[in-house]
Design a protein around this ligand. Structure first.
Ligand code: CP3
Length: 360
């Protein structure tokens, strides 16, 4: 029996005391797991995403293997873009490709924004996978739903795939900021409908992934990227006021004063700043965000297990003095040995349990 009732991950997101510091790993469902690679050898990535049985099974794999405190639905942030009519291809060994990138107001206007009914119709497979995961977990482990922020979604849609320089997106942002804002607003409406569907299907928390917000300076981040994010956040709050919202930003240490004002429960950060520094920056900006998620460098899981354990001690100390959910600072690397991921989870749970909640 645990001393405190309720799921530790959800309690920690709400800054309630827990018996230990909960942990899950970004990209925990995926290529470092042999059982995922088995399935992937026989099926395309998008086919797996669109088959509720497979997506549910892949979601559960890391829960069984690692004993994490939250499941994250196996899906992708790019699925709603395909549902809006943008052709999306995952070629073998490559990342995502949009063969017809959206680079003008006309192309943006040709995308179909999804309302709740259209999201149910076109992305119902995601919701069905979520319902199956909820049934299989039977309340033992909570399930996180997720989406990308409009800026990060646009970075793939406008560039036509992954990018190093983001010349099309950034060029558009200087040439025609109002036109780009229309696209971002459209992506916000669709994202909100998509995420509301995930809440209806049983997602117990929502994480927004902002992988590329950090390419902007603070002033342009606030002007371009934040307004569509606020639209989503306000809509999520209205739909489910008590489900925690986690905001993940990669490479955005310089944006902390802007992030401090977001109406979210948890801020998830990369490894570039220690958690104590992030916490101080948020406090200095008068932030209401009391919980941090992160932030081990995913490459640290490639080290021998005693080194991982040493890093966990450090990470738990850094995370103390406020709410903390242990995680990586970005997705787990495909070359991570499963036993190292398992050791990270086990160490974080065991070592944090030996410290009383009040002292964490
Ligand atoms: O976290 C999880 O385990 C849940 C599932 C999940 C996936 N993608 C599955 C996936 C989540 C939460 C994502 C988020 C995602 N997708 C982001 C934001 C987080 C981040 O990592 O920055 C982004 C930018 C994408 C877009 C995307 N999907 C890219 C760039 C790629 C290719 C390169 C890569 O990182 O894997 C994908 C493919 C993808 N998404 C895979 C998985 C398991 C690998 C597909 C394969 O098996 O080949």
């Amino acid at each position: 029996m645990t001393a405190v009732d309720g799921l530790p991950f959800l309690r920690a997101c709400r800054r309630e005391p827990t018996d230990f510091t909960p942990i899950w790993l970004m990209r925990q469902a995926g290529r470092y797991l042999p059982e995922y690679r088995d399935l992937r050898a026989r099926h395309g990535f998008l086919d797996l995403c669109k088959t509720p049985d497979a997506a549910a099974e892949i979601t559960l794999q890391p829960v069984r293997r690692l004993g994490v405190d939250a499941a994250i639905l196996f899906a992708d942030i790019l699925l709603p873009l395909e549902a809006m009519g943008a052709e999306l291809v995952f070629a073998a060994g490559d990342g995502p490709v949009f063969p017809h990138p959206v680079r003008s107001r006309e192309a943006a206007a040709a995308l179909t924004p999804l309302d709740d009914a259209a999201a149910e119709e076109r992305l119902g497979h995601v919701y069905e996978a979520l319902r199956r995961v909820r049934r299989a977990l039977a309340g033992r482990v909570p399930v996180i739903g997720f989406g990308g922020t409009p800026w990060t979604l646009a970075s793939y849609l406008v560039e036509g795939g992954g990018s190093k320089q983001f010349a099309h997106l950034l060029g558009w942002s200087y040439r025609d900021p109002e036109g780009l804002a229309l696209l971002l607003d459209r992506l916000a409406d669709t994202s909100l409908a998509y995420l509301r569907g995930q809440l209806r299907a049983g997602a117990q928390a929502i994480q927004l992934f902002d992988t590329w917000g950090g390419i902007l300076d603070q002033e342009r981040y606030e002007r371009l990227a934040v307004p569509p994010v606020l639209k989503i956040l306000r809509g999520l709050r209205a739909a489910a006021p008590d489900r925690p919202i986690i905001y993940y930003l990669h490479g955005g240490s310089h944006l902390l004063p802007a992030l401090a004002r977001l109406p979210v429960d948890v801020l998830s950060v990369d490894w570039r700043l220690p958690l104590s520094t992030v916490r101080r920056a948020l406090a200095a900006a008068g932030s209401g965000i009391g919980v941090l998620q992160g932030n081990l460098d995913p490459a640290a899981l490639l080290a021998p297990i005693p080194e991982i354990e040493r890093r966990v001690v450090e990470l738990l100390a850094e995370g103390s003095g406020g709410g903390h959910v242990v995680n990586l600072g970005h997705g787990i690397l495909p070359t991570t040995p499963v036993e190292n991921a398992r050791a990270f989870v086990e160490c974080a749970q065991r070592l944090s349990a030996s410290v009383p909640a009040a002292a964490r």
